[in-house]
Design a protein around this ligand. Structure first.
Ligand code: IMP
Ligand code: MG
Length: 183
């Protein structure tokens, strides 16, 4: 695989900006969930770095679980159809679920996940997204906690992939697709 520097367009959000904002979100969540033990559900794989950094800033008792979904979309577009590929370990009935998602693009992924989870009767169900691309929205979804609103450009790093690579980078960058040559 190529080195990311070969196709990097610009660093949109630096490591320092990410960490500062995530600390603020953790503080806000800690205030809102006093005596409400949030159950953080990370949507794999993109949400993993965000979850692990965010939970370090949550000062109320909390638990975590994971799920994975896949959309039938082609290339970098998702479609309306989403299915669960890895289900939760624990029951969420009567729990205060907080979904931790990397990015909301068309909105289809989070909308489907919300409807799957609502059928299991959580006590509350909220969404915490690191990134939002509002220009791309096709279905209305609630975002209760948001890191950053970004322009309609494909991004990678900090959990987000380009063909499964580059998730480990500590910043969010845009890609110059003319210079990106996947194997
Ligand atoms: P949605 O269903 O269109 O809202 O898409 C959400 C999912 O698409 C995210 O969880 C990401 O996995 C992926 N995605 C959307 N935009 C980007 C991007 O700019 N970079 C990397 N992945 C993205
Ligand atoms: Mg992806």
């Amino acid at each position: 695989m190529q080195d990311y520097r070969d196709f990097l367009d610009e660093i949109l959000i630096t490591e320092e900006q990410l960490q500062k904002r995530i600390a603020e979100l953790g503080e806000e969540i800690s205030q809102d969930y006093q005596n409400e033990d949030p159950h953080l559900i990370c949507i794999l794989r993109g949400g993993i770095l965000f979850l692990t950094d965010l939970m370090r800033h949550i000062r109320v008792p909390n638990t975590i679980d994971f799920m994975a979904v896949s959309s039938y979309g082609v290339e970098r577009q998702s479609t309306g159809q989403v299915r669960i590929t890895l289900d939760l370990k624990d029951d969420i009935q009567d729990r205060n679920v907080l979904l931790v998602e990397d990015i909301i693009d068309s909105g289809y992924t989070i909308a489907s996940v919300l409807s799957f989870l609502n059928m299991r009767h959580p006590k509350s169900l909220k969404v915490c997204a690191l990134l939002d691309k509002p220009d791309r929205r096709e279905v209305e979804v609630p975002i209760h906690y948001l890191g950053f609103s970004i322009p309609n450009k494909f991004v990678f790093g900090y959990g987000l992939d380009m063909d499964e690579y580059y998730r480990n980078l500590p910043f969010i960058a845009t890609v110059d697709l003319d210079r990106y040559k996947p194997d």
